[in-house]
Design a protein around this ligand. Structure first.
Ligand code: NAP
Length: 268
């Protein structure tokens, strides 16, 4: 039997990818990368209308695109999204569990409500979206789930206590789900971006001193640009990663090599 070429392993033609939180930021870059590799798309937002321009761009690429409303804080909304996606396309092959939020605060100022909002969105939401979609993937015996984590899945940062707890949880959840669903042909991995300039952290990037501090600690000497994630998302969504599950792939210019703290050396 002839095997696909290594490059063909990355081809997503005929696959259907659900990308949550596709109204802006990294979600749109993930969706675009998957579409350019051949996938049809289910895009979600709490406000479906905001997806229209991006959905039109994806349709122009020749991809079938369905825009759905999804609030990951509502189980009913999650179930409806998964059911509508499957009804429209027949199957879901790829899930990018990207919807998320953050509230940056010193730990002493974090409120009960901040904690619940962050954990409920990033961790509980990620789990129940994965569960609703995986139920359908298991029935078809195939799936690729990519949970979006963060460098904070692995390292601690001041001002990000609940966020880091949620992202650490996503990493741990990824391992448990991989163990649970591997026998059904469903792989589950975590893509953990470093520091990327998007709406969520735009205030940080307005502070040139912070950007200088950050870049100093990134071995490749620049912040992440969203296209730096294209290869990793297509890899984890495709046949190319078929024997990889439960893993966290950090795409961070090397900030996780340990230099975060180690480069506090005096400037020459
Ligand atoms: N930017 C970075 O450097 C970075 C690094 C590591 C990890 N991340 C993570 O990667 C993901 C995308 O980040 P980003 O920077 O692109 O963030 P962003 O610009 O703030 O976008 C967040 C997306 O999540 C959706 N969302 C938020 N709450 C939701 C809810 N309750 N239900 C459904 N959707 C919801 C938003 O959709 P609507 O508002 O349209 O509903 C939006 O599309 C996030 O999970 C973030 O934590 C980001």
């Amino acid at each position: 039997m002839s095997r696909p070429t290594p490059v063909a392993l990355f081809d997503l033609t005929g696959q259907v990818a659900v990308v949550t939180g596709a109204s802006r930021g990294l979600g749109q870059y993930f969706a675009r990368a998957l579409a350019r590799a051949g996938a049809d798309l289910v895009l979600t937002s709490r406000n479906r209308a905001t997806l229209a321009p991006f959905a039109a761009e994806m349709e122009n690429l020749g991809r079938r695109t369905l825009s759905l409303e999804l609030d990951v804080l509502s189980l009913e909304s999650i179930e409806k999204m998964a059911a509508d996606a499957e009804a429209a396309f027949g199957a879901i092959h790829i899930l990018v569990n990207n919807a998320g939020m953050n509230i940056r605060k010193p730990a002493l100022d974090v409120t009960w409500s901040d904690w619940n909002q962050i954990l409920d969105t990033n961790l509980r939401g990620t789990f129940f979206v994965a569960q609703a979609v995986a139920r359908r993937m298991v029935a078809h015996g195939y799936g690729r789930i990519v949970n979006i984590g963060s460098v904070t899945s692995v390292f601690g940062y001041a001002g990000l206590a609940p966020y880091g707890a949620s992202r650490g949880g996503v990493r741990q959840l990824t391992m448990s789900l991989a163990d649970d669903w591997g026998k059904h042909g469903v792989t589950v991995n975590c893509l953990a971006p470093g520091w990327f300039r998007t709406e969520q952290n735009k205030v940080l990037y307005e502070d040139s001193a912070w950007v200088e501090y950050l870049v100093d600690r990134i071995p490749v000497k620049r912040p992440g640009e969203p296209h730096d994630l294209d290869g990793a998302i297509v890899f984890l969504a495709s046949e190319a990663s078929r024997y990889i599950t439960g893993q966290t792939l950090l795409v961070d210019g090397g900030i996780s090599t340990g230099s975060t703290r180690a480069t506090v050396a005096p400037k020459k």
